[in-house]
Design a protein around this ligand. Structure first.
Ligand code: NDP
Ligand code: 8X3
Length: 249
């Protein structure tokens, strides 16, 4: 029997790769995002029986609910929620950062994720489904300019663990995936479209690909039902940790 996943942020990067990977493994996917033409391409590539495009801004609860209420019957029972839609905006230190950017990150990475999870939880419990939340290494290692982005991803990790605790005994699985550097549109979005910044970050670094993370999500989702991956942190081999900074007089 085919299972159904809802993947947020499926117009690019990790979310799009998750849809491709899950569909290749026999899942049906509800692919969401704001850019309709990209979702339509996924439907055209993978088939309308496998992918349903749901176009909405995750921050817009009314638009989201209308899209979910209009799901075709074959897609209406959701077994897996992949909370992937998210973004970083800016790399400035807190004292120079834009408050509007901070609010956008919190509204997208935290508020919208919590709201969608809350909406889908009753159905996920009924179906003994799963939640995979895309956090980040930024949740675990602070870096300069990461301020609110790192804060939102730390929330996602801790919320995931809290959900695990609350869902004890329901059979619902919850996982926080915490990737390091993945080459996607992430840095273009973060820098307002700076191609040079994108190339500087990923160039020569052999970063992870969106498909690497998608395969991990698929693996987590398809484990035998008695197994739960609580948290999973991944990095490219080229990325590791640096020391503390010390300001001297
Ligand atoms: P991309 O920029 O390539 O993709 C981001 C996706 O999120 C797009 O599909 C975008 O869709 C969607 N999205 C953003 N804002 C909204 C919104 N308001 N409403 C609906 N959809 C939205 O980046 P990634 O694939 O890299 O990012 C996916 C997730 O992975 C994010 O949560 C990110 O924080 C996380 N991550 C990324 C890492 C990396 O190095 N790339 C590492 C660790 C975590 P659209 O714009 O069409 O609405
Ligand atoms: C994205 C990875 O290191 O740019 O979450 O914050 S990082």
């Amino acid at each position: 029997m085919s299972r159904t996943a809802l993947v947020t942020g499926a117009t690019a990067g990790i979310g799009e790769a998750c849809v491709r990977s899950l569909v290749a493994s026999g899942w049906r996917c509800i692919a969401t995002g704001r850019r309709a033409e990209r979702l339509e391409k996924l439907v055209a590539d993978l088939g309308a029986d496998k992918v349903h495009a749901a176009v909405f801004d995750v921050r817009d609860e009314a638009a989201r609910d209308a899209a979910l209420d209009a799901l075709p019957e074959a897609f209406a029972g959701i077994d897996l929620l992949v909370n992937n839609a998210g973004l970083a905006l800016g790399t400035a230190p807190a004292q120079d950062a834009s408050l509007a950017d901070w609010k956008t990150m919190i509204e997208t990475n935290v508020t919208a994720l919590v709201s969608l999870t809350h909406k889908l939880l009753p159905g996920l419990i009924e179906r003994r489904g799963g939640v995979v939340n895309i956090s980040s290494v930024a949740a675990n290692y602070p870096y300069t300019g990461g301020n609110v982005y790192g804060g939102t991803k730390a929330f996602v990790r801790q919320f995931s663990l809290g959900l695990r605790a609350d869902l004890h005994g329901t059979g619902v699985r919850v996982t926080s995936i915490e990737p390091g550097m993945v080459e996607t549109e992430f840095t273009l979005v973060r820098t307002g479209g700076n191609q040079e910044a994108h190339e500087r970050l990923y160039g020569g670094a052999d970063p992870m690909t969106a498909a690497d993370i998608a395969e991990t999500v698929r693996w987590v989702a398809e484990l035998p039902p008695h197994l739960n991956i609580n948290t999973l942190e991944l990095m490219p081999v080229s990325q590791s940790f640096a020391g503390f900074q010390v300001a001297r007089e």
